[in-house]
Design a protein around this ligand. Structure first.
Ligand code: C2O
Ligand code: CU
Ligand code: CU
Length: 488
């Protein structure tokens, strides 16, 4: 018994420690078997999860508790809940309103959202609306937390263009584990231009929140800081490797990589193309056709997949073509089963929107991201050689200015990314070249593989106060890769 268990764990581990790209298209699909047993010997291995055995579910849309002519009011309680994530196992998670992942909030540009958040967990929390322009007291600063038993009201003016925002925990040194355990949800902000698009809508407009977790054979969600090898169960909307029955028509998928550390390079198993229509800050100016989609932690993408080219009966796997981890686990995300025909009047227009013209930049700055990767016991992570200090202002910004930031990942192995609170920026260059079309829209998070340099342009013309920028690999942020900026 013990030997069998250990050897299965050993086999999983042996395949686990790879970095860089793995071959994904055309992988064999060995199911590991439907059992997940507690180990009577006390050695607890990973849960064994059947693939494509549970249907995709979609997070509920949160209903306001009241509305006025200008504002929607919501009330949310952060609380523990027990969910069946792996069939047959009970897993304790941390939730917004008992839902895993959190409910979706739908908001409109120009219409305020006010959320009363109550913390019924046993540690402090802080709620951040990622990608949003919000006054500083509602930004979810790591140091402005809600104590257990307390509550706080967050006000979101929504004076910005429509965008796929998301909310998640940001309490200092706790955010990484809190988000891992479930404290994240989508916040779909739409503007007038979004609402008159002929794109797929209703049941054909589907959010996909991706994340990886390590669940052991007793159902426990195991969190170890910086663990990029054992989080080998891929969840979509909180379900492990789900299947989704689709009609042979176009679907819009709003995808969020809510993982702590994992990058995704998504592709269809037949290599088929799809159309990217949006990124972090909303719709692109024009759609772009591609057959792969890269998403680092915190990034979002809107895509349209046209299933009308597949006969009913086709099964397509959404692959993840990057490691680390065993390809037979992390190389797959979910399966689309084409089960019926359907009428489709939707289409992707040639022009999606006009992006705002960036003003002339007058200030240049450089940021160097680096983490200890020499195997030392307590690795730290730095921006410009400093770890996060909430009492220090790293960057002083004059309100109204437009700046160009050059950001470099100085590591030789570790990937990072860079997220800025408060602003949607533009990517000017990646490694000296114009960015791909997928990165040509508004962005709030940009990936930086080892050795890469990006130049971004940002305008600080909304709120004043102290905000953050950081690596959005949450574990790295908790290791210090976070800085402060004061706009005044
Ligand atoms: Cu989504 Cu400060 O982060
Ligand atoms: Cu943010
Ligand atoms: Cu990082």
């Amino acid at each position: 018994m013990l030997n069998r268990k250990l050897s299965r764990r050993g086999a999983l581990k042996a395949g686990a420690v790879t970095t860089g790209l793995i071959g994904g298209v055309g992988l064999a699909a060995p199911l590991l078997g439907p059992t997940a047993e507690a180990d009577v010997t006390g050695v607890v291995g990973p849960a064994v999860t059947p693939m494509f055995a549970v249907p995709l579910t979609v997070p509920q849309v949160l209903q306001p508790t009241s509305t006025s002519s200008t504002t929607d009011y919501y009330s949310v309680t952060m609380q523990k809940a027990v969910k069946e994530i792996i069939p047959g196992l009970q897993t304790e998670v941390e939730t917004y309103n008992g839902q895993y992942p959190g409910p979706t909030i739908k908001a409109r540009s120009g219409r305020r959202v006010v959320i009363n958040q109550t913390n019924a967990l046993d540690l402090p929390t802080s709620v951040h609306l990622h990608g949003a322009e919000v006054p500083v007291d509602s930004d979810g600063n790591p140091m402005v937390t809600i104590p257990p038993g307390g509550s706080k009201t967050y006000t979101y003016p929504n004076n910005q263009l429509g965008a796929p925002l998301w909310f998640h925990d940001h309490a200092h040194h706790l955010e990484s584990e809190h988000v891992y355990r479930g404290l994240s949800g989508m916040y779909q902000l739409s503007d007038d231009n979004d609402r008159c698009q002929p794109l797929p809508s209703g049941q054909y407009d589907v959010p996909l929140l991706l994340r990886d977790v390590n669940i052991d054979s007793t159902g426990k969600l195991v969190y170890t800081m910086g663990d990029f090898t054992n989080r080998t169960t891929i969840l979509v909307n909180g379900r492990p490797w789900p299947y989704f029955q689709v009609a042979a028509r176009q679907y819009r998928f709003r995808i969020l990589n809510s993982s702590n550390l994992r990058f995704f390079v998504l592709a269809l198993s037949d290599g088929g193309s799809f159309t990217q229509i949006g990124s972090d800050g909303g719709l692109l100016a024009t759609p772009c056709t591609t057959n792969q989609l890269k998403l680092s932690p915190g990034e979002r993408a809107d895509i349209v997949i046209d299933f009308s080219r597949y006969p009913v009966g086709t099964q397509l796997v959404l692959l993840n073509n990057t490691g680390p981890g065993p390809a037979d686990l992390i190389g797959k995300v979910m399966r689309f089963d084409v089960v019926r025909d359907a009428l489709d009047l939707s289409y992707v227009p040639d022009t999606l929107r006009t992006l705002p013209t960036p003003p002339i930049a007058t200030v240049n700055r450089t940021f160097v991201l680096r983490m200890d990767e020499d195997g030392r016991a307590n690795p730290m992570a730095y921006i410009n050689d400093l770890t996060y200090d909430p009492n220090r202002i790293d960057t002083q910004i004059t309100w109204g200015t437009t700046e160009v930031w050059t950001i470099t990942n100085a590591n030789v192995r570790a990937p990072h990314n860079f997220h800025v609170h408060l602003v949607q920026f533009r990517i000017l260059e990646r490694n000296g070249k114009a960015p791909d079309p997928s990165e040509s829209g508004l962005k709030d998070t940009v990936a930086l593989l080892a050795g890469e340099t990006v130049k971004i342009q940002l305008t600080f013309d909304s709120y004043r106060g102290v905000y953050l920028y950081h690596c959005h690999l949450f574990d790295h942020g908790a290791m210090g890769m976070m800085g402060t900026m004061q706009i005044s």
